[in-house]
Design a protein around this ligand. Structure first.
Ligand code: ATP
Ligand code: MG
Length: 151
């Protein structure tokens, strides 16, 4: 489907945020600058507003690899794996050690080979127009029947 504008992206991320719970994974796949962090910022700010907690800055974890957000009963862990080049480095991050149940949003998940359950893969790509993007999704387990018609 086509994302027509930043506002449209916001409405899409809100709908996905409505369905999310601890234990979910959102993989964001797409080129540099396509909108992965923008999606995540909208998503986190929406949950903060919904849960009545103060909206915070949501910065790109390009250098820190991870930023975490406690939103009442939800914990959101926002990863950016762009700088991770080997599966050993990836293992050291311990993304899949399920000692803390949380929502994990992962930019640049290409190195991840684990077929984690409750995973929503979101594919973003550029369109001919500046503020337009293309989006497709692929859900697994809980998200299996989730599709673009719901957005
Ligand atoms: N419809 C749209 N959806 C998403 N982003 C858009 C849209 N229209 C314009 N933009 C702009 O595109 C840019 C997306 O940047 P963003 O940092 O979110 O990309 P990214 O995919 O996270 O990049 P990186 O791979 O470097 O982490 C922002 O400046 C945003 O305002
Ligand atoms: Mg980003």
């Amino acid at each position: 489907m086509i994302i027509k504008s930043l506002d449209h992206l916001k409405s899409i991320s809100n709908k996905i945020a409505e369905k999310v719970s601890n234990g979910d994974y959102i993989f964001l796949i797409g080129e540099i600058g396509v909108g992965k962090t923008t999606f995540t910022r909208n998503f986190i700010n929406y949950l903060q507003k919904k849960k009545g907690v103060k909206q915070t800055e949501v910065l790109s974890p390009t250098f820190n690899l991870l930023y975490e957000y406690e939103i009442k009963n939800l914990k959101v862990m926002h990863y950016d794996l762009y700088r991770i080049k080997t599966s050993r480095e990836l293992d050291e991050l311990g993304i899949f050690n399920e000692n803390v149940r949380s929502i994990k949003i992962i930019e640049w998940p290409e190195l991840v080979k684990t077929k984690v359950k409750n995973r929503l893969e979101i594919y973003l790509s550029y369109s001919d127009r500046d503020n337009e993007r293309k989006l497709s999704i692929l859900g697994h387990h809980k998200w299996k029947h989730y599709n673009e018609n719901k957005l």
